[in-house]
Ligand binder design. Structure first.
Ligand SMILES: *[C@@H]1O[C@H](CO)[C@@H](O)[C@H](O)[C@H]1NC(C)=O
Length: 145
């Protein structure tokens, strides 16, 4: 009971200022655009070809930007790396060689990734990231039998 009472007695002005600071930080420090992935895990079956969704809102042409798809738990972490308008195959983790490709249209801010022939070891947390805009989004892949 006591902690609840304490919360209610907190000055509403303070709460509003905290919210305002969060709003300002989100909008002015991280840039206007947002990367949208998937709030739910993507569920796949072994052997499936799947799409890991990720797109920019509002949509802008990102063809000339560096775009990274990574799995932070791997070394090398790159699942797909697009830099200077090219696919950097050499940077890619060998486990993903020949199995990843952009599926969306970069011109329309869509950096969704196609992953072919899903394996159990593909299960994990993927990050799509645009370094220039310092925005990212995480997508979880779950692989079933
Ligand atoms: C992005 O591209 C993927 C793959 O083609 C597609 O499934 C998805 O609907 C596209 N997303 C948007 C927001 O256009």
């Amino acid at each position: 009971m006591l902690p609840m009472t304490g919360l209610r007695l907190q000055s509403p002005l303070r709460t509003i200022s905290v919210l305002l600071v969060h709003f300002l930080l989100a909008h002015f420090c991280r840039g206007q655009s947002q990367l949208i992935g998937s709030p739910q895990p993507i569920v796949a079956t072994i052997g499936d070809d799947i799409i890991l969704p990720c797109h920019l809102e509002p949509a802008v042409d990102i063809t000339a930007k560096t775009l990274e798809w990574t799995r932070p738990d791997l070394d090398p972490r790159f699942v797909y790396l697009w830099r200077a308008g090219q696919d950097h195959v050499k940077a890619k983790n060998p486990a993903y060689k020949g199995r990843t490709l952009f599926a969306g249209e970069l011109k329309h801010g869509n950096i969704s990734l196609k992953l072919s022939k899903v394996k159990p070891s593909d299960e994990g947390r993927y990050r799509c990231y645009i370094p220039d805009l310092t925005i990212d989004s995480f997508i979880v892949l779950v692989v079933g039998e």
